[in-house]
Design a protein around this ligand. Structure first.
Ligand SMILES: O=P(O)(O)O[C@H]1O[C@H](CO)[C@@H](O)[C@H]1O
Ligand SMILES: Nc1nc2[nH]cnc2c(=O)[nH]1
Length: 315
C-alpha cells in the first residue's frame, strides 16, 4: 500500500478515478499539500511570529547572511514547522526569519529546497504558496550560479531578466496536477515573469551604490552533477548566461500565486566550457558567495527602501 494512502484527499482521487500509481509524482505532492493544509501551515507560522511580511526573500547557497540583516528578527527553524521540508545542502541553514529590512516587513528563507535533494518541484516551491498565504506581495530570489557568458566574472551580480529551465521544459513543473484556483490559474503566462519595473529599480540602485551589475538569462539544470563541457556549450548557445539548479521553478510558482518577482545571481565560478577548465566545487561556491554577499545585500536593501517609497510597485 502506498504510504500516502488515506492522506491524499478523496476529492483528488475521485477527479482522476485511477489508481495513484498512474498519477504523476508532482500531481500527488500537490494534492497532498492542499490549499487548506497550506493555510494551516501559514496559520501556525503566523500564530508563532505575529507578523505580516510583505516581501519574501529566498537566500541562495552561501547567501544566508542576508537573513542576519533583518531587524527585530524572529526565527523559526524549518524543523519546527510540521510537514515543511528540511534543508540538506551546505550553505543553506534552514530558518525562516521574520522582521524588518529597510523598513519593510519581510520573511527571509535562509536556505532553499532543490529538486536534486529528492524533493518534488511542488515541495521545492511550497514555501512560495505559504508566503502568499502570509500576505506577501513579492519574492526576491537569490542564487549562486556558474557564469557561462564570458563577460561574467566571479563575484559579479547578474540581475535575472529571463530563465530557461531543462526540468521545466521537460514536464517537471511544480504546477502539474489538479489546479486550485485559490492559489492561481491553470495556465500561467511567464513571458513577463521578472517584472521590468522592478528590474529598472534595481538598476537605479546599482548606479546609486556604484555596484555594476549585468542582466541576463539564468539557466536551470537538474543537478546535482554539474555540467559536462558539451552541456555548457549547449546552454551557452541556447542563450543561458549563467547556470544553477534552482530559482526558475520558484519564480513560476510566485507568478502563479500573483506575486511579483525580482531575482539575481552571484557568479561564484565560471562554468567549464573547455576540457582544461577547473571543476566546480560546492564548498568553494559557498565560500565565494558568502565573501561576495555584501554587494547583493546592499542592492537588496537599497531596492527595498525604494519599494517602501512607492508600495504601488508591488501591488
Ligand atoms: O541555487 P542555489 O541554491 O544558490 O545553489 C546553487 O549552488 C549549488 C551548486 O553548487 C546548487 O544547489 C545551485 O543551485
Ligand atoms: N558550473 C556551475 N556552477 C554553479 N555555481 C552554482 N551553481 C552552479 C551550477 O549549477 N553549475
Amino acid at each position: 500500500m502506498n504510504s500516502l494512502e488515506g492522506k491524499v484527499s478523496d476529492a483528488f482521487l475521485k477527479e482522476f478515478n485511477l489508481p495513484k500509481e498512474f498519477i504523476s509524482h508532482e500531481a500527488i505532492a500537490n494534492a497532498y499539500y492542499t490549499y487548506e493544509k497550506c493555510e494551516s501551515m501559514a496559520k501556525l507560522i503566523k500564530d508563532r511570529v505575529n507578523f505580516d511580511p510583505k516581501i519574501a526573500i529566498i537566500c541562495g547557497s552561501g547567501l544566508g547572511d542576508i537573513g542576519n540583516l533583518v531587524e527585530n528578527a524572529v526565527s523559526i527553524p524549518y524543523t519546527e514547522i510540521p510537514e515543511f521540508p528540511r534543508s540538506t545542502v551546505l550553505g543553506h541553514l534552514g530558518n525562516l526569519i521574520f522582521g524588518n529590512l529597510s523598513g519593510l516587513p519581510v520573511v527571509c528563507m535562509q536556505g532553499r529546497f532543490h529538486p536534486f535533494e529528492g524533493y518534488s518541484m511542488s515541495l521545492c516551491t511550497l514555501p512560495i504558496k505559504i508566503f502568499k498565504l502570509l500576505g506577501c506581495k513579492m519574492v526576491i530570489l537569490t542564487n549562486a550560479a556558474g557564469g557561462l557568458n564570458r563577460v561574467l566574472n566571479v563575484g559579479d551580480v547578474m540581475l535575472i531578466k529571463d530563465h530557461m529551465s531543462f526540468p521545466l521544459l521537460s514536464l517537471k513543473n511544480p504546477l502539474i496536477g489538479v489546479n486550485d484556483e485559490r492559489f492561481g490559474p491553470r495556465f500561467v503566462p511567464i513571458n513577463k515573469l521578472y517584472t521590468k519595473s522592478l528590474r529598472e529599480l534595481f538598476k537605479v540602485c546599482s548606479h546609486e551604490l556604484n555596484i555594476p551589475i549585468h542582466e541576463g538569462v539564468y539557466g536551470t539544470i537538474g543537478g546535482p552533477s554539474y555540467e559536462t563541457i558539451a552541456d555548457s556549450r549547449f546552454c551557452l548557445t541556447a542563450g543561458m548566461d549563467c547556470v544553477g539548479m534552482s530559482t526558475s521553478h520558484e519564480a513560476i510558482v510566485a507568478a502563479y500565486c500573483g506575486l511579483k518577482v525580482l531575482a539575481c545571481s552571484i557568479i561564484t565560478d565560471k562554468a567549464p566550457t573547455d576540457y582544461e577548465d577547473e571543476e566546480p566545487d560546492h564548498k568553494e561556491i559557498v565560500k565565494v558567495a558568502a565573501a561576495k554577499a555584501k554587494d547583493i545585500e546592499k542592492l537588496i536593501c537599497c531596492f527595498l527602501s525604494k519599494i517602501k517609497e512607492d508600495l504601488s510597485l508591488i501591488e
